[in-house]
Design a protein around this ligand. Sequence first.
Ligand SMILES: Nc1ncnc2c1ncn2[C@@H]1O[C@H](COP(=O)(O)OP(=O)(O)O)[C@@H](O)[C@H]1O
Ligand SMILES: [Mg+2]
Length: 252
Amino acid sequence: MTALVEVKGLDKAFGGVHAVEGVSFAVEAGQVYSVIGPNGAGKTTLFNLITGLYIPTKGEIRLNGESTARLEPNQLAERGMCRTFQQMQICMNMTAIENVMLGRHLQLKSNLFTTLFRLPSLRRDEESAHRRAAELMEYVGCGQYVGAEASAMSYGALKRLEIARALAAEPKVILLDEPAAGLNATETAALEDLIRKIADQGITVMLVEHDMKLVMGISDRLLVLDHGRVLAEGTPEEIRQNPDVIAAYLGG
Ligand SMILES: Nc1ncnc2c1ncn2[C@@H]1O[C@H](COP(=O)(O)OP(=O)(O)O)[C@@H](O)[C@H]1O
Ligand SMILES: [Mg+2]
């Protein structure tokens, strides 16, 4: 069986800093796959490589068996890969729903021809994009903000809005970089439910998260990074019992 996301011998160096070094792993379709490790371990860099924001120094990445080398982030989104950011990227001078529609925009079929000659079809696209965006806001639990400016939303709601925007492109795999950062216990529990709901729908989830209770409870497998290298890989149970992990990370 072809893995949905396959990473082989991946390296990324910034000058003398090896942010990611010799990293290999595979994510099967339908899994919740988490990447953990201390700050500076290379988790965000790994996500930036997988989503095409960074070009690897070495190694390869495959999405559904296809090499992603030379594919831009939007081309990867067209192939079903979407993400959220550790530093939230929401346009605060737009409405909440416009932010979600931005995510969908990627897959709108409109090209220059339809724009010029088929305005009614374009308008239909916009209407359905709006309807779908409202549905997704409901789905992630910020339905009450459908008519609101993004700037009127709480931090926790904005984190969920960003997930709705990623879902708007109807992804096969969604990468979430620290979605629980800054959330309180109630919001974190709601986020856990949301991630389960997304996974139950058949969307593969890749997760970077520091909240061990959340990560251990929700993941099928985990990758532990330390100084850019793989310290361990396995099921939550295997990771919990791994002596290297206990010594370097969980034990501390
Ligand atoms: N764009 C960049 N330029 C230079 N160094 C970077 C860049 N991005 C990340 N790094 C470095 O790579 C290492 C890993 O960072 P990062 O991937 O953000 O770690 P994490 O997300 O695990 O906290 C750090 O030493 C960081 O300073
Ligand atoms: Mg990070």
